[in-house]
Structure formats: C-alpha cells, structure tokens
Design a protein around this ligand. Structure first.
Ligand code: GRF
Length: 233
C-alpha cells in the first residue's frame, strides 16, 4: 500500500468523487456539508452503476456531474472498472468516496487509488464485513453496533479504519430500526472524516492511519457532539 500524499491539490477544496449505487443519503450529507462556509471539500462528481439511482438524482439536483455506468454495457468487470477509472480520472478527483457502492472494485482499481479511496461500512469493523450487517449484529446478540469509515484495500472491508460511531442495540430492535439508528450517525461520521482528510490531518501510510503525524492505534470515535476524538494515539 502506498502513502497518501494529502493534501493533493494545494489550491482550492479537495475534489471528491462519490461512488453510490442507491439511495445516496451519505452523498447528500456531503452535498449539504459543502454548502457550509469554510468547507474544504467539494463533490465534483457522482458515479453510479445504476442509472435510476436516487444518488444520481441528488447529484443532478445539486448541480454536480452525475455519471451512470451500466455494467451491462461493458464486457466483464475489468472493462467496467477501466471505464470507472477513466471517469474518476476525468473528474480529476483527489479522493474517491464509496458510499453505498454495491460492486466490488478490482484489485487494480483499488491499487490505482491507494490512500485516496475510502468506504463507509455499517458495522464496527472488523465485526461483520460484507452484507446484512444489521441482521448479523442482532443475531450475535451484540449490545452495541455502529459504522466505520476505512481506507479501501483489495480485501473486502478490511482496510485501516479511520473512525467509527457507536449506537446501542435496544431490546426489540428490528433490522430496519437498527439500520435507521446507524444511518443517522453515518452521515456526520462520513462528513467529519472527509473534512479531516481535506484539511490534511488524516492520511494512510501502509496499513496504518495517521492523525497529524501520529499513528492511530484505535479508530477515532465520533461523540454525541459529532466531534471525532482519538482514544489514544
Ligand atoms: C449505508 O448504510 C452505508 O454504510 C452502506 O450502504 C448504505 C448506503 O446508504 N455502505 P446511502 O445510499 O448512503 O443512503
């Protein structure tokens, strides 16, 4: 894994491309945040593998480039990923944010953007990589659940975790209720992580995450005031 050379562009806000397959509420959180004075990042494009995704509608509504890439129009996943990379590069992005992107990226794609690609995942990694995380947390009888933002590496949901947010699992929770509780906290978590990357405070080096040149021994934790705190460096 390579070192992340953030901030990549020294002039202007960090340019972000968001990959999203569906609803796009995490994308919306970024779009809303960038309207706030002093925001150091800007979503310059949204790419979806589903042409009818709400994420693309949200991008269009915000005046952001919205690109649909249909896997059926490409001969295999390598060709699809080549088109994906070409689009990301055309958008001149500094950071790729996977937010509800349901396709697995090829190793070559991940390596191309190493240190410049993050994902938001609805569990307290390393618990429950992959799908159906809320059902798994309930089935395991966990009393705490949450979400993680991590750098993407070729192994699924296994990259170094930047930050997490924790929510309680309550008696009688259904997967839907639990998913909604987590999702509401994903939005500030993702915005805070991207903001820290944009200001050059967070970066990846090898399999570690650094905060202001100190290696994090634990992921940052989002508190109730939406401030990311390090338990210890
Ligand atoms: C979120 O729960 C995210 O953690 C996961 O997929 C969901 C996407 O939701 N990767 P949205 O499309 O951002 O509303």
């Amino acid at each position: 894994m390579s070192e992340s050379p953030f901030p990549i562009s020294n002039i202007g806000p960090l340019r972000i491309v968001v990959l999203a397959s569906g609803r796009g509420s995490n994308l919306q959180a970024l779009l809303d945040a960038q309207r706030i004075d002093g925001c150091q990042f800007e979503v310059t494009g949204v790419i979806s593998d589903r042409s009818k995704s709400q994420a693309l509608e949200r991008a269009r509504d915000a005046g952001v480039a919205a690109v649909a890439l249909d896997p059926a129009h490409h001969q295999g996943s390598d060709a699809f990923d080549a088109a994906l990379c070409a689009t990301i590069d055309q958008l001149q992005s500094d950071l790729v944010v996977c937010a509800g992107y349901l396709r697995i990226l090829s190793d070559a794609t991940v390596q191309r953007y190493a240190g410049r690609i993050i994902n938001i995942h609805p569990s307290l990694l390393p618990s429950f990589p992959g799908l159906r995380t809320h059902a798994q947390a309930l089935a395991a009888g966990d009393t705490e659940h949450g979400a993680s933002v991590h750098y993407v590496i070729p192994a699924l949901d296994a990259g170094p975790v930047i930050a997490q947010v924790r929510v309680p699992v309550k008696t009688g929770d259904t997967t839907q209720v639990l998913a909604e509780r987590v999702l509401a906290r994903e939005h500030p978590l993702l915005v805070r992580c991207v903001a820290l990357i944009a200001q050059g405070s967070i970066f990846q080096r090898g399999s570690d995450v650094y905060l202001d040149s100190c290696r994090l021994s634990h992921p940052l934790q989002l508190d109730d005031r939406d401030i990311l705190q390090s338990m210890e460096h």
